[in-house]
Design a protein around this ligand. Structure first.
Ligand SMILES: O=P(O)(O)O[C@H]1O[C@H](CO)[C@@H](O)[C@H]1O
Ligand SMILES: O=c1cc[nH]c(=O)[nH]1
Length: 285
């Protein structure tokens, strides 16, 4: 097995991994992730016992027990660049030996469930819905740097979207874990989630900065390919699904729909919609 040098896998003087500040024994193989660092305590307040509390930058981690099951909850901050860090470091914690700096022969498969907020792209996905991302399309460039394998159908969807948006790069499309969908999201709205590299112009929002493509939101809304349509957008899911495929982990992204961009509404009970999703996930995970 190849030795991974000190500059590639950075281990802090106390033995923790560089950004997450965690030791291998700090995490469960079942993980809930959240964008908002303040949302971590909103999950762990339901735990019977909290065993680990670690904080560094936007990565806040609590590990504890919910009804006897050991769970880790961790925040990521916003964007797929953070998902690159999170997924590589979580994978290193379970699949790389920190002493020998070699990849373990036997791999551990993590189950990772994102609980996030999201904006709807269709009238038929109303405010307050809980939507499970069956697939996700990334409009960010993270996958320009990894050897992601995609099916022919995934490639034809993104080729069409690239053409309709007149983008100078090819988006990427990946699916979530069927087993996690069946276990946790069986009664949620099934969706195809667009992961954007920004909250404003990439999601068609205009304050003072303007938009290069004034039809952007309508193009997302109207996009169709062999029955495939986009249902919602946010800023991490495609990063999770692609890194999960590359590293061999089970991934599911769940979305509390707090905005509807077509009807131009924002939920006045957003916190309740998120809390209901948290409780649902804790009871099913
Ligand atoms: O609620 P979270 O998980 O942060 O998710 C969504 O909310 C943030 C933008 O407000 C982005 O991170 C987007 O993906
Ligand atoms: O509209 C929205 C709402 C939440 N998160 C997003 O990224 N977009």
């Amino acid at each position: 097995m190849a030795y991974i040098p000190e500059s590639e896998l950075i281990i802090n003087p106390n033995g923790t991994v560089y950004h997450l500040n965690l030791l291998p024994e700090h995490i469960s193989d079942t993980i809930i992730t959240l964008g908002d660092p303040e949302r971590v305590a909103k999950v762990s307040r339901y735990f019977d016992e909290i065993e680990v509390e670690v904080a560094k930058r936007e990565f806040i981690t609590h590990t504890g027990y919910y009804k006897g099951k050991r769970l880790t909850v961790i925040s990521t901050g916003i964007g797929t660049d953070n998902i690159d860090i999170l997924m590589n470091e979580l994978d290193a914690l379970v699949n790389i030996d920190f002493r020998s700096r070699e990849v373990n022969e036997e791999k551990i498969k993590l189950s990772i469930v994102r609980i996030g907020t999201s904006g709807s792209l269709q009238e038929t996905v109303p405010l307050g819905s809980h939507l499970a991302s069956h697939t996700s399309i990334g409009l960010d460039t993270l996958m320009a740097f990894y050897p992601l394998e995609q099916t022919g159908e995934e490639q034809s969807i993104t080729a069409k979207l690239q053409q309709e948006l007149a983008l100078g790069f090819r988006p990427y499309c990946v699916s979530g874990s069927q087993s996690l969908i069946q276990k946790i999201a069986f009664d949620m709205v099934p969706g195809n989630t667009l992961t954007c590299p920004g909250f404003y112009a990439p999601q068609g929002r205009v304050l003072r900065g303007g938009l290069r493509n004034e039809q952007l939101l309508q193009t997302y809304h109207n996009f169709r390919h062999n029955g495939y349509m986009l249902t919602n957008f946010e800023m991490e899911t495609a990063g999770y699904y692609s890194m999960g495929r590359i590293l061999g982990h089970e991934m599911l992204s769940l979305n509390a729909i707090v905005a509807n961009r077509i009807t131009q509404q924002f939920a006045d009970n957003a916190e309740q919609v998120i809390d209901d999703l948290i409780v649902k996930v804790l009871d099913r995970i």
